[in-house]
Design a protein. Structure first.
Length: 132
């Protein structure tokens, strides 16, 4: 079983977490045997308000979650997230434990702030200037 943790936060882009969530949960649903355990993680307990006031409740918090094999950091208005040292410390710590760390869109800024991005190339479809 591969554990896929998707980090969500207030003002996250809905498609950035719902797309990966749908892909892995659909693959799990049509698989003949269990493959993926996909769950949402937030720093705190309680309701998360993504873009357009889309409300959801994460399954786990950063201090209480199953082992993660694939960590996905989603994009959105991440301004407040960048200033959360506990969060960036957690991302850095998880990067040493998980098999794969990935981001969707501007989630890459959280990876950069946490010091996860190695010196090398980053693929991005944005036309914005990305500085890690």
């Amino acid at each position: 079983m591969i554990n896929i943790g998707i980090y969500i936060y207030n003002n996250a882009e809905v498609l950035d977490f719902s797309g990966p969530f749908e892909v892995f949960t659909t693959a799990e649903r049509i698989s003949e045997k269990p493959v993926f355990n996909t769950f949402l993680i937030n720093q705190n307990d309680g309701i998360v308000k993504a873009r357009s006031n889309f409300k959801l409740i994460p399954d786990y918090q950063i201090n209480n979650h199953p082992k993660i094999d694939l960590l996905i950091i989603v994009g959105g208005d991440h301004t407040n997230e960048l200033n959360k040292k506990q969060l960036t410390d957690w991302i850095l710590d998880q990067s040493t434990k998980v098999q794969i760390v990935a981001s969707v869109c501007t989630g890459v800024f959280l990876l950069a702030k946490a010091g996860v991005i190695p010196n090398g190339l980053i693929y991005c479809s944005l036309s914005e200037n990305l500085k890690a």
